[in-house]
Design a protein around this ligand. Structure first.
Ligand SMILES: CC(C)c1cccc2c(O)c(C(=O)O)cnc12
Length: 455
């Protein structure tokens, strides 16, 4: 249909960046009408005649997920890739038993505390396939009143022979195949054969992924923040951006070590600050700005304190890293109407100090943690990663540009980048505290008049 709300029109209107936010219940419709999708839009018949799909995720409510598929696709073969073990794995097996079209694949997690965070959909149609890389769990509340990110590929045409099925200039297909091969599971054999028969030359993003392991040699640059460093070294901004702040935005924080140089303002910032051919560590490190909801951002959000149930920053970790306070900035998204839609999206970017342009942008499942991005061990010889993560990196030259203007400050430019939050970021006040999920908040009620008493 020709209506703007038809899912295919939403997808086509967001080309060539194809970066969307999820629809939010309870904000003005104008902020959901363009640049936003719901899960039913992504699975809509108007995007293609679905034959089968693969859902990679962390939290999956199987009955709810099945209901998000349109009736005519609801019994097409569905593979769910998850990382649950022990009781949670058994619970998944029981839930899936009720559906004969569903098969479960259990990702190997051989390093302690690793999780399968990756959120990706492989949608196979009659004429081709789409890849969706996003940040939302497959549970209702992740698609209700949060800010989530979605990158959706163009339709990748199915080819008759593998030689017709080209890759993109960003090696998207090769990197997707390499990521799936890293699961080392025979269940992926048929999917990998199918993927190889698709022409992915239209993909304009780079894949930045993580797989569990102690990666050495070339593998050290294949995953995590060293993959980002490798791409930025080859194709990143020039030295003109040396003074531009690097920005991280996420929904959880791991243990960063005893000082800022231990990891976050050490190896991690060095990767975010990498420029083409110029050594990031040779000259001064740029300002690091971290966007994470304050206690008041959560209290005044649409969900109220319960939004904090998806912001699992623990007090025992927070007390060990008070030095993080210098980096905190509010969650603020006035220009997208989402200041009250707590972020579950994770993004990383490098922005001009005035916020009018950015040098690159990444959206990913990876929070601010060594488990997700990797941490150097053995005198820098190996990069240890605990979890599966996947994200996409947008570089301006893949769109014929030097830099991206930001949509917030250049609203008519079709190539202006739709950054999900307001730039420049707003630093916490002295009295602000980062949201911590396992301590009580009894002083002020939230938007629903409730307090927060976790136990
Ligand atoms: C601490 C763990 C169990 C947790 C709590 C709340 C929300 C979480 C979440 O949203 C993810 C994810 O999205 O991958 C992953 N772990 C989450």
């Amino acid at each position: 249909s020709s209506s703007r709300s038809d899912p295919l029109n939403i997808i086509e209107a967001c080309q060539p960046l194809n970066f969307l936010l999820t629809k939010v219940t309870g904000i003005q419709e104008k902020y959901n009408r363009s640049g936003a999708v719901g899960i039913k839009d992504l699975l809509s018949p108007s995007l293609g005649s679905l034959q089968e799909s693969v859902q990679f995720n962390y939290m999956i409510d199987i009955p709810w997920l099945v209901q998000q598929y349109p009736p005519q696709f609801r019994s097409k073969p569905l593979v769910i890739v998850h990382g649950h073990q022990r009781q949670a794995k058994m619970d998944m097996d029981v839930a899936a038993d009720h559906y004969k079209h569903i098969k479960l694949v259990n990702a190997k997690l051989e390093i302690m505390y690793g999780t399968h965070h990756t959120k990706m959909m492989l949608l196979f149609y009659d004429i081709g396939m789409r890849v969706v890389i996003h940040t939302a769990n497959l549970i209702e509340k992740d698609w209700h009143q949060k800010t989530q990110g979605v990158w959706i590929s163009p339709m990748f045409p199915k080819c008759k022979t593998a030689s017709d099925a080209k890759d993109s200039s960003t090696n998207f297909k090769q990197d997707l195949i390499q990521y799936m091969e890293a699961y080392r599971t025979p269940h992926f054999k048929s999917w990998l054969e199918k993927i190889k028969l698709h022409d992915m030359s239209s993909a304009k993003v780079h894949i930045i992924a993580s797989v569990p392991g102690r990666h050495i040699g070339p593998a050290k640059q294949t995953w995590g923040h060293f993959k980002l460093r490798k791409i930025l070294r080859q194709l990143g901004p020039g030295n003109s951006c040396k003074s531009w702040p690097v920005i991280g935005q996420f929904s959880s924080i791991g243990s960063m070590g005893p000082t800022k140089e231990s990891w976050v303002y050490g190896e991690f910032t060095e990767s975010l600050a990498t420029t083409k051919d110029g050594g990031a560590s040779l000259t001064m490190k740029p300002t690091l700005k971290l966007i994470y909801p304050s206690k008041d951002n959560v209290r005044t959000s649409l969900e109220g304190y319960p939004a904090g149930g998806s912001l699992p920053y623990s007090i025992k970790t927070a007390v060990k890293q008070q030095y993080m306070h210098q980096f905190w900035n509010h969650w603020k998204s006035e220009h997208r109407g989402r200041s009250a839609a707590c972020p579950h999206i994770k993004t990383y970017t490098r922005s001009h100090p005035d916020g009018t342009s950015i040098a690159w942008f990444a959206v990913t499942s990876a929070n601010l943690s060594k488990a997700a991005w990797g941490a150097l061990e053995k005198k820098g010889q190996q990069l240890m990663i605990r979890s599966y993560e996947i994200g996409v990196l947008f570089l301006p030259q893949n769109y014929g540009l030097e830099k991206f203007k930001t949509l917030e400050h250049a609203s008519e430019d079709p190539l202006a980048f739709p950054v999900p939050y307001d730039l420049p970021p707003t630093h916490y006040e002295k009295s602000d505290r980062p949201w911590v999920w396992d301590i009580p908040y009894m002083d002020k009620p939230d938007t629903h008049g409730n307090k927060w008493c976790p136990q």
